[in-house]
Design a protein around this ligand. Structure first.
Ligand SMILES: [Zn+2]
Length: 559
């Protein structure tokens, strides 16, 4: 599942004393065994220990490890005998991601004195071409939101320095607002906001990481002013005088250099395979079954597994006890974990790889297991099945966006999409009401009441029916699960979807999301359930009826 905000909460708050939780009974490594046609916990264990092994290095889209992970999926579907349905007769659909980073030659200089990026100034990516400002005069534009600010016309073609109100008691409109500043001074050559002192190092580090983006279609060539943050010394160099000694409109020095951003192609691919339907009239229609093949890679620094997990375990306990899972920062501050007691039982394990066993190794393995079951069955469903393992979900649902914008079968021939993301957890210590039958359903009636009803009917026919938790499907739910995984990219085109997940947990987007914490019986039950739903949808004598309004495919997702 995609992270909710742009800033990941830093797991640096590890205070250590008190007893940590019990360890899992499952091993750290598992020897792969031959998989069989039937959906079994043992097959899923084989697949998931392989797929979330350290050698996969966190499967980040845009990295070679995403190629390695998708190579495993493709080799499996080839072995099952499924038809390739990617680009040019293969199983892969390449997705045009780029890594966008600061040009290594970026520099600002004034009269021979140079400011270096990330230390003396911090550039921000405007998302498209950056206007050239070399040789532009520097002008002091005043303090942002003050009435004495210079006009847009006065700033045209100039490199402006902007003062900023900062601090905890400043109302939001008066604070540095990049969108508003760029929109007012759109015709400036460049913009330097003198507010760098207020940025914590982790924010600067975050800006410094190249961003991976989907580059689909012609890019917007209209340029925007280069946008940087400088400190008081930088502002003084640009203006030739201290910031607080000059008036809005004062002309400073001449600036040289550039802060362009450059795109480098980054490898990423969907895996797409088809099981042809058995009914000559219906085989031209598809039930899509999907998961995401990527995760979030690895860190440069390792953390202690037990400390991190003990801490996150304590946070999760507080969340489960609180209404809406909201925990106050002072409660978190009071958590103490005794890691020494654990390390008397086994040596410390330092880890830097986000294995993503549940996210979404679980869904990926489940789709493989379902594909193998259908491929090996004597009787095939009437409609065809299309299996898609999407890339770049974690970075912004890129693979599913690309697949649904450029589907390799007619878009209208896809009658429904069943998405699994994080389907291997949901125990009592993961979720309120958690247990063997716990499953969250999202979006099942948002386009088609019939699909939601059909899923309920398939469930009732099970020996041990699931107990569905629909709370995260609520309109406006703050967790936004409906908008945070691949199914939404299908739903935006009016394709009925069902999103299956066993929910959030203490190892979500942590290096501790490891295969030894997965509930393989649960994973097998979810896989079999989605298999049976796919069969029911594929064998209906009509397409599941869309009786709800379709969203705008290019609008924003609304939970
Ligand atoms: Zn995720």
């Amino acid at each position: 599942m995609q992270a909710a905000g742009r800033f990941v909460v830093l797991g640096a708050l590890l205070a250590l004393t008190a007893q940590a939780s019990a360890q899992s009974a499952l091993p750290l490594k598992h020897a792969p065994a031959r998989t069989q046609t039937a959906i079994t916990p043992a097959d899923l264990m084989t697949r998931l220990y392989l797929y979330s092994d350290d050698s996969m290095m966190g499967r980040l889209a845009g990295s070679e490890y995403n190629l390695k992970a998708t190579a495993y999926i493709a080799s499996e579907v080839k072995r099952f005998g499924l038809q390739p349905a990617g680009d040019s007769g293969g199983y892969f659909q390449n997705v045009p991601l780029v890594k966008r980073g600061l040009d290594p030659n970026a520099v600002l200089s004034v009269e021979g004195a140079s400011l270096q990026p990330w230390t003396d100034f911090v550039p921000r990516d405007p998302g498209r071409a950056t206007r050239a400002f070399d040789g532009a005069p520097v002008v002091y534009a005043g303090v942002w939101s003050d009435s004495t600010m210079i006009s847009a016309e006065q700033a045209a073609g100039k490199f402006i320095v902007l003062g900023a109100h900062t601090g905890p008691n400043v109302p939001p409109p008066q604070q540095v607002n990049r969108g508003a500043i760029l929109s007012r001074y759109r015709t400036a050559a460049g913009i330097a906001v003198a507010a760098l002192e207020t940025f914590p190092p982790q924010v600067i580090n975050f800006f410094r990481q190249p961003q991976t983006l989907l580059r689909d279609g012609p890019s917007d060539t209209t340029s925007l002013p280069g946008y940087v943050y400088v400190n008081a010394a930088g502002a003084r160099l640009l203006l030739g005088a201290p910031l607080d000694s000059v008036r809005a409109g004062a002309v400073g020095k001449t600036v040289h250099g550039s802060v362009a951003f450059v795109d480098t192609p980054a490898p990423a691919r969907n895996v797409v395979a088809i099981l042809p339907g058995s009914d000559p009239k219906l085989k031209g229609e598809y039930v899509a079954i999907g998961a995401h093949n990527d995760h979030i890679g690895f860190d440069q620094d390792a953390v202690d597994h037990d400390s991190l997990r003990g801490f996150n375990d304590a946070v999760r306990k507080l969340q489960l006890a609180a209404p809406n899972h909201q925990v106050a920062p002072d409660q978190v501050q009071q958590i103490h974990i005794n890691v020494d007691s654990l390390h008397r039982l086994h040596p410390a394990r330092r880890d830097s790889i986000y294995n993503g066993a549940d996210d979404d190794g679980s869904g990926t393995s489940a789709v493989l297991e379902i594909a193998q079951a259908f491929a090996g069955a004597k009787v095939k469903p009437k409609r065809s099945l299309i299996f898609v393992w999407h890339t770049g979900e974690e970075l912004g649902l890129f693979g599913s966006q690309y697949f649904t914008d450029h589907p390799t079968v007619t878009r209208d021939s896809i009658v429904a999409q069943l998405n699994m993301d994080m389907v291997g957890r949901g125990r009592a210590d993961d979720e309120n009401g958690g247990g063997p039958g716990y499953l969250q359903l999202i979006g099942t009636r948002r386009l088609s009441t019939e699909l939601g009803d059909l899923i309920e009917a398939v469930n009732k026919a099970r020996k041990q029916p699931f107990a569905f938790d629909y709370q995260f499907d609520a309109t406006g739910h703050p967790e936004q699960y409906y908008c945070r995984s691949d199914h939404y990219m299908y739903a935006r085109y009016g394709i009925p979807i069902a999103f299956f997940t066993t929910g959030n947990h203490r190892d979500y987007h942590q290096v501790t999301d490891e295969p030894e914490y997965i509930d393989y019986d649960k994973l097998a039950h979810v896989s079999q359930f989605v298999h049976d739903i796919a069969t029911a949808v594929a064998n209906l004598d009509h397409r599941v009826v869309v009786d709800k309004p379709k969203p705008d495919p290019h609008g924003n997702c609304v939970q």
